[in-house]
Design a protein around this ligand. Sequence first.
Ligand code: ASP
Length: 317
Amino acid sequence: MIEKKNKKVVVLATGGTIAGWASDLNAPHNYQAGQIEVAQLLMELKESPHNILSEQITQIDSKDADDAFWRVLAKRAAYWLEQTEVIGLVVTHGTDTLEETAYFLQAVLQPNKPLVLTCAMLAANAPNSDGPGNLKDALALAFDESASGVMVVCAGDVHAAHEVQKIHSLRLNPFSSGDLGPMGQIVNGEFKRLRPASSIRWPQPLPSVKDLLADQSWPRVLLVVNHAGNDGSMVRAMLTHDAPDGWVVAGTGNGTLDHALQDALEQAQTQGARVIRASRCSWGGVQSRADDLFAHAGQLTAVQARVALMLALMVKK
Ligand code: ASP
């Protein structure tokens, strides 16, 4: 049993708008993400430094998140989760690909402690920046020993890693868990659970963190969207030059595909790539069809299906 005074939360900082800086405060939306060090972000909160450790993992705009970034983040998160005095983690992250990182971390770490991703929509020096409030809320959740798993905290809402999507490009609360609503809220610094997180089938088998770190070149899985007039030329061009190991196709509605795109993807599948059919709709997923040519993503969003396929291929390689 660890004494309360020795319990720690570790903040892993990765950049994003929460660490962004606007050089002209008359135009605060013109800012550079990933400029402010985590030590400075924490200093401004005036929380007890004794219980909060921090590590600057990287300083990126999350639009640039890639395998190398996920590798180092998974490695450091796994390390800190193993430390007995550490009861929770916070990851500061850009909003743009936060849902992909959240899904990835839950799939590979499945932590029994809280791992809370947080973010901001306004740069750190913008008037009324939302970053400090979000970070404070994320710390409150990470210190809550009744919570576990990967969650996202933004604008007072708490979302489960596999339920959350960024649905707005400007709002201070850009995330949604769809019809389910957030699984919880942070009210006056306390976590209020509104409902249990929905159940989900994680890709099976999943690579262990050890395998994931040992694998030097993760499978390359690309995402293509069906749209009016998609003639499949992009997929076909890649088949001859730079074929990926897998494709996720965000189809229209219930994952339907223009016949030309379908032909191109069938060709990719014949050449050995794995193809998963998802939907470009935000919610609802895709149902199986009697004439399915490709595996379907079920309830996974297209970006989640891309992560799931990458992990599945890692095991099969
Ligand atoms: N482009 C930023 C990022 O994702 C946006 C944000 O943090 O809100 O890093």
